[in-house]
Structures are given as C-alpha cells and as structure tokens.
Design a protein around this ligand. Structure first.
Ligand code: TLP
Length: 345
C-alpha cells in the first residue's frame, strides 16, 4: 500500500534520475581520496555554500557530531538553543564524543536572542570552562521548520567573532531556509564557520549529508569522521545521488512550503486543532490537537487506517512534514481523514 507519509522528509525515496546516476557512477576508494564522484560532490557542495572545502558524511547526525568534535576540546562549554536537534535527537553524542558541557538558551521559534548569547559567553576566570562553539539551527526542526532571519545570524556572527568563537550551523534544511528567505544559500552560510546540510531530506537523496568549512577545518574533521567509522570506500554510488539532489532538487522546495501552508490552514479549520500560523514558514507543521480529546499517538494510529502516516511530537502534538512525494491532492485527503476522525470522537 502506498502511504501518504508525512512523518518526515527523510522518508523520501531516491528519484529515477538518482537511481540512474548511482548505477553509472564512477567510483574509487574514498579513504585513499580516489573516488571521483565523491570529489565532485564535495567540490560542488563547497562552491554552493561559499566555503573552501566540504566532506561527505553518512548522516546529519554524523556531520553535526564530527563538527562539534573538530571545533572543541573536552571540558569546553558550547552554546546551543534548548530544543535544537543536537541536544534533542543525537543520543547525547556531544557529551559522549566531544566531552563538552552545554549552555542552552531558550529561543523564540528556535531563534536565540543575540543578547542571551552574549551573556552566555564565559569570560576568562579560573573557575570557568572555555566557550568554544555556538551552534545554530536553520531551519529549526522542533520549532516547526522556522527560519532564523539573516539579521539575527549576522548579529550572532559578529558577537562570535569579537570573542573568537566559531559558529556551527546545523543547516539540515538550509535550502528550505534559503527558499523562504528568497536568498542564495551562501547568504546564510556566510554567517557560520562550518555548515552541515542534508542531502537525504527534502532533496530526496537516499543517504548522506555534507559538512563544509575552511580547508583546515575539513582536514581535521576527516580524521574524526574516520574515527567514527565514516570513512567510506566506493561512496561515489551514494554521492552520485547527492549530485542530482543539488542539481535538481533545491529549487522546487517552495511547492512543499505551499502544501505545508494549505495543510496548516485546513487543520486550523478543524475543531480542536490549533496550528500557530506564524511558525508555518517552510515544510513542517506542528499542531496542537489537545482540544480534540485525542492524543498524538491515538490520532496517528487512526490515520493509519486511512493510509496516512504522521508522527506524534509530544502527548498532544502532531508533526506533519511535506516533501517531494506529497501532492496537493494528498493534503486534501489528509484533511478529510482528520476531519472524519475528529468528528467521530
Ligand atoms: N531530523 C529527523 C529526526 O532525527 C528527528 C527528522 O525526521 O526531522 N539536524 C536536523 C535539524 C534534523 O532535523 C535532523 C534529522 C538531523 C540534523 C540529523 O540528520 P540524520 O537523520 O541524517 O542523522
């Protein structure tokens, strides 16, 4: 059965063009630096982000973890937004792998106030750890795919530079942010020293993410990637799909954003469901269904009978994510199904 799958944009399958490119990919041993397709993807990714160098990694999580390891030393402190992916969904990796402690800041819609960041930076004192990194997330997943404006990123970047602290951007969905802001992705990437972005979410590649940064940063990061088992051999098979993702899939994301908006507006017209429209900016819709009398788990299990998959995001919240394989017609079907379920309640 073909489900309407709104659990995540990670569920997207590779397109036929990706499968063809994978089949034909020229490959070599990438640990020896001999895979021409990986090299091509890395060069392309560095250019697109306006950085000196880039590295293919197995996942967004590996990309974030390797980046934090590269920027920090054990015992340092790093500043992050309270609900960011690195803290919420990466298995405590930064504590385990990088041995850093965290200073979290509560953002509004995932956006930290630069003044709070400034206050969180440790001054030199025998008692204090060193603040060695600031992490940003744009778009912000848990806040509902919200976009951090360039003015905020610029201000944070200036504060960071004044204190000689690097910035890592979790840009898993940076192309969604660029689409919303209507800017070239470089305009976002310029306010970060390292940027991780995913090929395997809205861009439909089956596997892989990219870390970009200076030559020196990527050289060091390659060793940590190897340490974590991310030194792949004939990875060109995967990189070939990544190249198609960058060439073909980054410019169509406004369709997903429009569908998310349609869905959010429709949900708001169902009694008992609330979506804060100010957060519906890209391809994620966070809904509060508490007034329907259903929990997120109950709604998602009932939706399965209609061939629809969604993810609970807390007891009474449900997350919907639009992507390449969700069409306008699917949105109508989803709204109809939810309406029926809620009425029967
Ligand atoms: N997010 C996934 C889950 O892990 C929650 C999803 O379905 O949204 N940064 C951000 C902002 C992300 O949203 C994700 C994945 C990652 C990093 C990690 O990427 P992967 O899944 O490739 O490790």
């Amino acid at each position: 059965m073909g489900y309407i799958d709104l659990r995540s944009d990670t569920v997207t399958l590779p397109t036929q063009e990706m499968r063809d490119a994978m089949y034909k990919a020229e490959v070599g041993d990438d640990v020896y630096g001999e895979d021409p397709t990986v090299k091509r993807l890395e060069e392309m990714a560095a250019n697109i982000m306006g950085k000196e160098d880039a590295m293919f990694v197995t996942s967004g999580t590996q990309g974030n973890q390797v980046s934090v390891m590269t920027h920090t030393h054990h015992g340092d402190e790093i500043i992050l937004e309270e609900r960011c992916h690195i803290i919420t969904y990466e298995v405590g990796g930064i504590g385990y792998l990088s041995g850093v402690q965290v200073k979290t800041i509560r953002g509004i819609n995932g956006i930290m106030d630069p003044k709070d960041i400034l206050n969180a930076i440790r001054m030199e004192d025998i008692h204090y750890p060193k603040t060695s990194l600031i992490c940003l997330e744009n778009t912000h997943n848990r806040a509902g795919g919200t976009v951090t404006p360039l003015s905020n990123m610029k201000e944070v970047y200036q504060i960071a530079k004044e204190h000689d602290i690097p910035i890592h951007l979790d840009g898993a969905r940076i192309f969604n942010a660029a689409t919303y802001l209507n800017v070239d992705v470089k305009e976002i990437a310029r306010y970060a020293d390292s940027v991780m972005f995913c090929l395997s979410k809205g861009l439909c590649a089956p596997v892989g993410s990219i870390v970009t940064g200076s030559k020196e940063f990527i050289k060091k990061a390659r060793k940590y990637r190897k340490m974590l088992g991310g030194g792949l051999r004939q990875a060109g098979i995967l990189a070939a799909a990544g190249i198609v993702a960058l060439e073909k899939m980054t410019k169509r994301l406004s369709e997903d954003h429009e569908n998310a908006r349609l869905l959010a507006e429709g949900l708001n017209s169902i009694k008992g469901i609330k979506v804060d429209m100010s957060t519906v900016q890209t391809n994620i819709v966070m809904s509060d269904i508490s007034a329907t009398g259903l929990t997120g788990a109950q709604l998602s299990s009932k939706l399965l009978d209609y061939g629809i998959k969604v993810n609970g995001a807390g007891d009474y919240n449900v997350r919907f994510v639009t992507h390449y394989y969700i069409k306008k017609d699917d949105i109508n079907k989803v709204l109809h199904a939810i309406n029926t379920i809620v009425k029967e309640q």
